[in-house]
Every structure is written in C-alpha cells, then in structure tokens.
Design a protein around this ligand. Structure first.
Ligand SMILES: NC(=O)c1ccc[n+]([C@@H]2O[C@H](COP(=O)([O-])OP(=O)(O)OC[C@H]3O[C@@H](n4cnc5c(N)ncnc54)[C@H](OP(=O)(O)O)[C@@H]3O)[C@@H](O)[C@H]2O)c1
Length: 327
C-alpha cells in the first residue's frame, strides 16, 4: 500500500511517499480501506521528533484519525462488518491506504457527511469529550472557555459544549477567526492579540468561568486561574506557550479549583472505547441532525502531505485540514 512516512525528524519535507505492507488485523480489530485522513497538530509535533508514537504503533506513519470502508474484521469483532462506512480514532498510521484499529475505536460516518468530513472528527471529538465532559465534569448551564477557538479542537469544543447547554467563550488570533468562532456558537471570542482575554470575559461572566480548555499554558495559566469561578476546572491539553507557569496557590485553595490535563494517544483501548460509546450516544445524533458540523478548511491528496503540514503550521486555517486518499 501507499503511505506517507516520516523519514527523519524535521521540516515538512521529511514526509515522503513509501510502499508498505497492508497491516494484519488482530482478533478485536478491523481493517479499514482509508478514504481520508485528518491532520492534527500532534502530527506536526511527531514529525518534529517531539511526540513519538507509543509502543506497538506504526512508528513512522503519522495519522491519528481516518474515515473509510471496513474491508475485513477480526474473529472477535462483533459490531462492524465489511462494507461499513466508519471513522476511527488511531494511535498512528492514518496517512496510508489501509489501517487496522480496534473496532471499539470506530464510529459510523454521520449521516450526510463525506469521508473527508468524517475523517476530521475523531481526534478532536474524543479529546474534547474526555477532557471537558469526563475529566472536567461540565454540566449544562455552566460557562466554558476554549483557547485556540478556531483550531480543530476549538471548533469541536465550541459546538459540543454549546449543543449540550454551555455558555461558550473562545480566544483566537485574528478578527476573522473570532467572527467564525462566534458564528459557530461562542457568545464572545476575544482576539488575544488586541485585548486581554481575561478582562473581557470577566466583564461578561462576573462570577468567573466554570471550565477552561487550554492548549497554550505559559503566561495563560495565571490568567486562567484568575478567571476560573469557584469550583472551576482547568483542563490542559498542550503547552504551546510554554510548560512552566507561575500559579497563585492561594487562589487555587480559596476557589477550590481543579487543575488537570491529559494526553489521549497513549491511553488504552478500553478507555478510548468508552469515549466512543459516549460520543455515539450524546454527540453523533447531533452530527446526524446537522446541529454540529465538521469544519474542513482544505483537503490535499495524500502525496501532498508536506504541503498540508505547512498549512497547519502556518495557523492560517480555521478548523481541519484533511488528506484525501481513495474514492
Ligand atoms: N492532549 C491531547 O490529548 C491532545 C489531543 C489533540 C490535540 N491536542 C493539542 O490541542 C491543540 C490543538 O490541536 P489542533 O490539531 O486542533 O491544532 P490546530 O488546528 O493546528 O490549531 C492550533 C491553533 O492554536 C493557536 N495558537 C495559539 N498559540 C499558538 C502557538 N504558540 N503555536 C501554535 N499555535 C498557536 C493558533 O491559532 P491562533 O491564530 O488563534 O493563535 C492555531 O490555529 C494542539 O496544541 C494539540 O497538540 C492535545
């Protein structure tokens, strides 16, 4: 099969086409003929050599999500059959014509969506669910802030939290991005290059924000801690602005805050399967009904993966960038 491999750590040009054997399925897995693969910021970080694949996962083929058609199922796989249209969360290996994945990490392609649109969903929807709803204990009626409001994560978080009853705030780096985040459902998106997000949002939510999903860290952390409401929860999923932050521990105690974080890729199959079950129950009906929409900014053929990475690195995009692999 054709695949894109990371030939060495470095710039986008290290992504090269290669021939690889079609992977063999284990008993609880399905083999997917991949139609499209989503690109995520963690793929860039892996390519740069700062986010190695977990043990047992294709070390040099990146790709954390795909959509396509089930070609073969393992002996113990009961839910899926050959011909089913699925999208799936992977731990790697998605930039390829075929991939294997535990059946519990697959979800049906939502009604009316193309493979490109479906491939843009798993990594961000699983990440938002496990952080905001499970770890962050978000409940309807609460307020919520997501930084990077037009990132792949941001467009998923805004729509999921809004649909499940939240008052959503966001930050982004241009007025155009902010307007898009507000169209998606944010009450207010703050252009952090022009205004202090904490001051603007505090004026709108005087008691503070209940849940914050943060990928920036660095000097955002003290501001996030200051902005959280009593019993607020801060979920950290990356530290693009720096991994070291000063925290006022008195505020943590007085407001009884929870500061936590997670990475999804290394988690075990049963954990990912439980998230898939929650998404299928609570979020997939909203996708089927068109109340939550995928946001695909641009697609590229598989062979142009390097160009696609350059676009994601530029941060010009809104939503997701997707590779098209087969019809
Ligand atoms: N922990 C996990 O399990 C997990 C899983 C998936 C993703 N993530 C993380 O979640 C974040 C979003 O992922 P994604 O794939 O949705 O990313 P993405 O679409 O590439 O978006 C990242 C956005 O972050 C904003 N940004 C702000 N400060 C930045 C900085 N210093 N460097 C680069 N971008 C900056 C940019 O928008 P502006 O123009 O608005 O600044 C950019 O568009 C990434 O950091 C990723 O590593 C974590």
């Amino acid at each position: 099969m054709r695949a894109i491999v990371i030939t060495s750590s470095g710039d986008p040009e290290v992504l090269q086409s290669a021939e690889r054997p079609i992977p063999e399925i284990k008993s609880e897995e399905v083999l997917i003929k991949v139609a499209a693969a989503g690109i995520n910021r963690p793929d860039i970080i892996q390519r740069e050599g700062r986010y190695p694949a977990p043990p047992g996962v294709s070390a040099d083929i990146p790709g954390l999500e795909v959509a396509g058609v089930v070609e073969q199922v393992g002996a113990d796989e009961k839910k899926w059959k050959p011909g089913d249209r699925v999208c799936a969360l992977l731990a790697g290996g998605g930039y390829a014509e075929y991939v294997t994945v535990p059946g519990v990490q697959c979800l049906p392609v939502p009604e009316g969506l193309s493979f490109e649109e479906a491939a843009s969903l798993p990594e961000t929807f699983f990440t938002v669910w496990t952080n905001v709803f499970d770890r962050g204990r978000f409940v309807s009626g609460e307020s919520f802030l997501v930084h990077g409001g037009t990132s792949g994560i941001g467009v998923a978080a805004i729509q999921m939290v809004k649909a499940l009853g939240g008052r959503v705030y966001a930050t982004a780096g241009t007025d155009e991005k902010c307007a898009f985040a507000e169209k998606l459902g944010a009450v207010k998106c703050v252009n952090y290059k022009k205004e202090d997000f904490a001051e603007v949002i505090k004026a709108l939510e005087p008691k503070g924000v209940d849940v914050i999903l943060d990928m920036i860290g660095g000097d955002y952390t003290p501001k996030n801690v200051g902005l959280l409401a009593t019993e607020g929860r801060l979920l950290i999923i990356n530290a693009m602005g720096g991994a070291n932050s000063p925290i006022d521990l008195m505020r943590v105690m007085v407001k009884r805050l929870t500061i936590t974080g997670s990475t999804l890729r290394v988690r075990e199959t049963t954990f990912k399967g439980a998230i898939a079950a929650n998404l299928e129950k609570h979020i997939w009906p909203l996708l089927d009904a068109g109340r939550i929409m995928p946001v695909v900014y641009q697609t590229f053929p598989l062979a142009s993966a390097a160009e696609a990475h350059k676009l994601v690195e530029s941060s010009e995009h809104i939503g997701k960038v997707v590779l098209t692999i087969s019809a």
